[in-house]
Design a protein around this ligand. Structure first.
Ligand SMILES: Cc1ncc(COP(=O)(O)O)c(C=O)c1O
Length: 433
């Protein structure tokens, strides 16, 4: 028998995370019109399930907030790179922000026009730069002077002109987890404003480059608008200096980073974000680019897992489930909070405080720590909420665990958009010598 929370705390503790597309009907969890329990029975757990219409709504909300200014959204596919997810956004008119050759390969597989792809990454290889130029992507975001020299050389060798935006590190504190803060001068990303200006001014030294943009991305899961405003103001000053020097940029890229609610916390709405930033953008005479990832996908996904065992070690309750850090890494590396709730609500369940842990041989393998949660029995299912961003993309085969399937729900239909890996996947192309 697991240790229970005092009964008088019961009401205070219990809450369920729901939104327009993921919620309970008759005490059973649904993604849109599809019963999660039935999907889990058919496809086993761990299982990722996404709501297509949540993705679409988030995109439209973003798009609508900026409809009165010259802008374009480039979905940051690193958040969720399943081909069907990328394609959902591409069909809505989105471009794609790709962070590696592999991401570029995936993006192009969806049929997106390369002129709607941006190539990012703090450490692009020669091959990545070559591929970006070969495919004629809209622009390559360069993050160091050495990289700019290399792009110039490679483009020259290919008889091409590379379109480049310099990623500027505005030295603004995004007040997010240190691992996903990217706009401080102590972070590895971009170059400082002074260096950027000097490169733009020396553009004649790079005859195979056309500088078409300026870029920033100050971090992820940012929950206040202020850091964005500060960074846009700083970057705008640079934009005007560049303009004064006779260079007219076509794109002002704000990056992504707009936060979402993981635990009923209040986050700014995209309309509030637009209200604060549009006056700043209106001063600029160019296209504003956004690269949201998490905002578009996080709350449109869940990870379903089965309870294997309940136990007490020392003074602590543990719920051992069949999903592990290889299936969802965020809690282990960022101490990220994901709400966990039952697929089937029961009125008579006690509340406990427990660690929800996976089967991997690491103490860091957990989905929740000291979590107030309703008691669940072996064989029952739990949903790890807000798993649509930085979930499946960070999975691994650690402990030779097979990755689960991904299902995309669209109203009363669902599609298997990736099957569970087979054991053959685990040893693909390995040899015993
Ligand atoms: C350059 C760049 N753009 C966009 C994003 C997307 O960020 P988010 O998912 O927080 O919107 C990232 C995430 O790390 C990024 O590195």
């Amino acid at each position: 028998m697991l240790k229970q929370v005092q009964h008088d705390q019961k009401k205070k503790i219990m809450h369920y995370f729901e939104n327009e597309h993921i919620g309970y009907k008759n005490n059973q969890l649904y993604v849109e019109e599809i019963n999660v329990n039935e999907l889990a029975k058919e496809f086993e757990t761990p299982l990722y399930i996404y709501s297509k219409n949540h993705f679409i709504n988030q995109y439209k909300e973003f798009e609508n907030a900026f409809k009165n200014i010259n802008h374009k959204i480039f979905y940051a596919m690193k958040a969720n790179f399943n081909l069907s997810v990328i394609s959902t956004f591409v069909k809505l008119g989105s471009g794609v922000d790709a962070n590696s050759e592999g991401e570029l390969y995936r993006a192009l597989k969806t049929g997106v026009d390369p002129s709607k792809v941006i190539l990012t990454s703090v450490g692009k290889t020669k091959n990545e730069i070559k591929l970006g130029l070969e495919k004629n992507v809209l622009m390559i975001k360069a993050e160091s002077e050495e990289e700019i020299e290399l792009i110039n050389k490679i483009a020259g060798g290919m008889n091409k002109t590379a379109r480049v935006a310099i990623r500027v590190n505005p030295d603004v504190d995004a007040k997010t987890h240190p691992y996903i803060s990217t706009g401080l001068s102590s972070n590895k990303f971009g170059v400082d404003s002074k260096t950027a200006l000097s490169i733009y001014k020396r553009r004649k030294d790079f005859p195979h480059i056309q500088f078409t943009g300026i870029d920033m991305h100050i971090g992820s899961q940012i929950t206040s608008i202020d850091p964005f405003v500060e960074a846009v103001q700083k970057l705008s000053e640079l934009y005007f200096e560049i303009e004064k020097d006779g260079l007219k940029l076509k794109h002002f890229d704000v990056g992504g980073g707009m936060g979402v609610s993981y635990n009923s916390e209040k986050i700014f709405s995209i309309n509030e974000f637009a209200e604060r930033t549009i006056p700043l953008f209106k001063n600029l005479d160019c296209e504003i680019i956004f690269e949201p990832g998490r905002f578009l996908t996080a709350n449109g996904g869940i990870l379903v897992t089965e309870v294997l065992y309940n136990k007490i070690n020392g003074n602590k309750n543990f719920i051992v489930v069949d999903a592990a850090m290889n299936d969802l890494l965020r809690p282990s590396i960022y101490h990220a909070y994901h709400h966990i709730q039952p697929i089937q609500k029961f009125d008579d369940r006690n509340e406990i405080v427990a660690d929800v842990v996976g089967p991997i041989c690491e103490s860091g393998d957990y989905l929740a720590r000291d979590r107030e949660i309703s008691e669940s029995k072996s064989g029952e299912l739990l949903a790890v909420m807000s798993a649509g961003a930085y979930g499946m993309v960070m999975t691994s085969n650690y402990n030779a665990r097979r990755r689960g399937a991904e299902i995309l729900v669209d109203g009363n239909k669902y599609h298997v958009i990736r099957s569970r890996e087979t054991f053959d996947h685990l040893i693909w192309d390995e040899k015993i010598v």
